[in-house]
Design a protein around this ligand. Structure first.
Ligand code: NI
Ligand code: MN
Length: 229
């Protein structure tokens, strides 16, 4: 059975590898106080970005240029990035595209998104991704609050791993992420977007306990740790 390896690189950044294909999501590395990987060392076939905030775009442009790979993002954000000399694949909410390494569906997130431009800000739609590689499906929720359509995502996708923000303040916190996990019905849930900054400090043990109390499978990945499924 072919495995996919999901490596947590801190904040909302994950490096996904399967059969030698590598993609990175929300590569916020060099200015990320908890990240240990450096953007200069990242080797990937593609980059996915959930929304335009700096803690998600991160080092995407330098990684894309050095690897000569494209960035996958929501239409408006992708267009903005493509104007900075990188190749971008523009997806709309609900859109699916089959890349050589896997299938990506863009789904909505309940959040904001603005890239501070020199003249004006670029606004778009914040998103999450449902990605299928070698028959394994994972969901990266992006930055989001809890929203009822997570039930729909859970109903129509067979999610193996859900990557969920738990940091609170900017996104859902521990309690809402437990509800999200219940609705998404993923086999396994991994917390993200916490402890990077003081304002999103959370006790991951408390999250694990609440997940377990609801018969949900949670696993905390240390920065750099890999989950193989
Ligand atoms: Ni954000
Ligand atoms: Mn964020």
């Amino acid at each position: 059975m072919i495995k996919i390896n999901i490596q947590f690189l801190g904040h909302s950044c994950f490096l996904i590898e399967s059969e030698g294909n590598k993609v990175i999501i929300d590569p916020f590395l060099n200015n990320n106080p908890i990240a240990t990987a450096k953007a200069e060392d990242i080797v990937v076939d593609a980059i996915m970005i959930t929304h335009g905030h700096a803690d998600h775009i991160g080092d995407a442009i330098s990684i894309a240029k050095r690897n000569n790979c494209h960035i996958i993002a929501e239409d408006k954000l992708a267009l903005h990035l493509s104007q900075q000399g990188v190749e971008a694949h523009r997806l709309g909410i609900g859109g699916v595209f089959d890349f050589p390494w896997g299938k990506v569906k863009l789904v909505h997130a309940q959040h904001g998104t603005a890239i501070e431009g020199e003249q004006e800000n670029v606004y778009g739609t914040p998103t999450g991704f449902v990605v299928t590689m070698n028959n394994k499906t994972f969901y990266h929720a992006g930055d989001t609050g809890l929203f009822g359509d997570m039930k729909v995502l859970g109903e129509f996708n067979n999610i193996d791993v859900a990557l969920l923000p738990i940091g609170d303040n900017f996104t859902m916190g521990i309690n809402d992420s437990v509800i999200a996990a219940e609705w998404l019905k993923a086999s396994k849930n991994i917390p993200m977007h916490y402890n990077t900054f003081d304002i999103i400090k959370q006790d991951s043990n408390e999250w694990l306990e609440k997940m377990a109390a609801n018969n949900l499978n949670g696993q905390v990945l240390k920065v750099g740790e890999i989950l193989s499924i």
